[in-house]
Design a protein around this ligand. Sequence first.
Ligand code: MN
Length: 372
Amino acid sequence: MTTSNAKGRITRRGFFERSAGVLATAGILGGIGAAKAVPDSDKNGDVAKNDSAPMTGKIALEEHFAFPDPAATYPIQPTPDFRLQMEDMSSRRIADMDRGGVELCILSHVGPGLQAIPNRSEAITTSRRWNDYLAENITKNPKRLKGFAALPMQDPQAAAQELTRCVKELGFCGALVHGFTQDGEADSAVFYDQPQYRPFWATVEELDVSFYLHPRLPLFTRRQDYEGHPWLLGGAWSFALDASTHALRLMGSGLFDEYPKLKVILGHLGEGLPFNIWRVDNRISKRGLRTKGKLTMSQYLRENFYFTTSGNFRTQALNDVMLEVGADRIMYSVDYPYDDMAEASEWFDHAPISEPDRVKIAHSNARKLFRL
Ligand code: MN
């Protein structure tokens, strides 16, 4: 991860960081009034800091665990040890958090989770079991761990009830849901802009908690776009399309006009939406297309959405999100254990953004949003 070699030649990464650092110094990147983006000692153009200890006190909120069920599967298990890592909610996880300077994790069950259980009553029963299990583990480490509820979205009323229970009785911070839900039939996909979910969203707004919209894989019967290219599935590409499309459906359904205080979180620096949002609005406007929303998609993106850095450790992409929505709506995350706490921290701690913005993204935005 070095940015210059022994002879002082700037590497590719160093070149980009230097460019971003110059822009940040000029106040163009890193939010308004970028204060001290380039340390004084780095006047030779290498903006990376020399200290090796991570910035401490970070809060991370797209961090996954799995309920220990031998029959359960989840995508990408590179080694048998990975499963143990995913299931651990004690010393191993805490040690990894320490390596990345993460003080607090808000944990969520790994995907596709409950969304892939077509049987409604089974999904409801399982949601209680998983959420109680998470709550038990949080009790063992209450200063380091918090939780997002897993919700049986197959039944909107049951999902609202379970969210209420998790927030009021278990102290959870909101919910994390893995994209569309299969309901009844294995080959079914229900999206949350659909009318039956309006009472559910009313509950989310009333409870004043966040809803993290996490991606999931397309169903086997709907993968024509990816045939012959399995590498496109998952975090490399299809996840971003899944979550960004679902988010646009929510916006275009008028949901945020009906419930203007809703707060939806997107991971992976916004799943491509901040980059594409101008074009979405521009096409809608120029072609005279109609959505059911009263505002532009950019307005919803800035007013009803928050974004995390999970699994997308790239300064250029971070700067784009900051320019579109501002640093107040971005929060640090890793996507553990799919991504590494230390790698995320190495990037974030040294990214050429202003120190006030770094503090906001690292923890103060999350403290405010989750009232921590
Ligand atoms: Mn994730």
